[in-house]
Design a binder for this molecule. Sequence first.
Ligand code: PMP
Length: 294
Amino acid sequence: YYNSNTIIYLDGQFEKAVNSSTDLYGQSLHYGYAAFEGIRAYKTHNGNRIFKAAAHFDRLERSCQLANIPFPWDKQELIAATYKLLQLNKLKDAYIRPLVFCHPNMKLNEPSGVSILICAWEWDAYSGNKLLKLTVSDYERPNPKSIPMEAKLSGNYVNSILATTAANIKGYDEALLLDMHGFVAEASGANIFLEKDGKLFTPSLGNILPGITRATVKELCTVLDIECIEKKLTIEDLKNADSAFLCGTATEIAGIASIDDIVYRPLWRESLGYTIQRAYKNLVLEKVNYEVII
Ligand code: PMP
């Protein structure tokens, strides 16, 4: 992720990653009390472009608000700093990771102060057309009455790491998690869509991260005249679906081959997911201008 030349952005300063440090007594390090984002930049014919930068920094602020973490920064300045960071590191297709973390405080009360780190690394676009093998995890997504699941908080990702590790040990690519009522929630780091009878379905908001890619898929559905329905989805719905895909900033649009013993039979290239995958690619690479509508 970094080498001796890598530059990071920390509280208004650009500095070498190897010369930066954090306090070992920080509340974030000890309790996972921090908020972060995962953003992508693409090399397009219009230059290097950060996809939906404003939406990501808005969600970062919202995550902090939901967790009572202060957010004393100007989001436009953060976006400008992120572009400068890409330039300083000569990054083109990149993954960008802003992290708001809390200063030393061993107590379980409000933070003594906050910092913002932004780092970035080269990350090739598109995992390609590899279809994913999923398993329904024994781990559930946490109850939003215990922790705000609509916030992208570091501590929430302990659940994601446990589920992914267990899935990988069993030979699967990804874990699919249910919510506390047994409805389909999301994968450990991506949202899910199902196709049934020419329509798309995705779990409604409440117990999942409001994915920015999920929102983009919905916008693409409007442009492409595909009906997209948000509702509670069951394991039965997974079984009855014609095809399915995951979506997320890192995942982009990735087709699902199977979920445990459910195997999706129609060819991926004939699915709505494939149509969305191509449209998404054109959108992030600015090959088409869907922005008039989006
Ligand atoms: N759910 C979870 C748990 C995630 O970590 C992610 C990745 N941020 C997503 C969904 C997809 O969100 P986005 O499209 O904003 O990347």
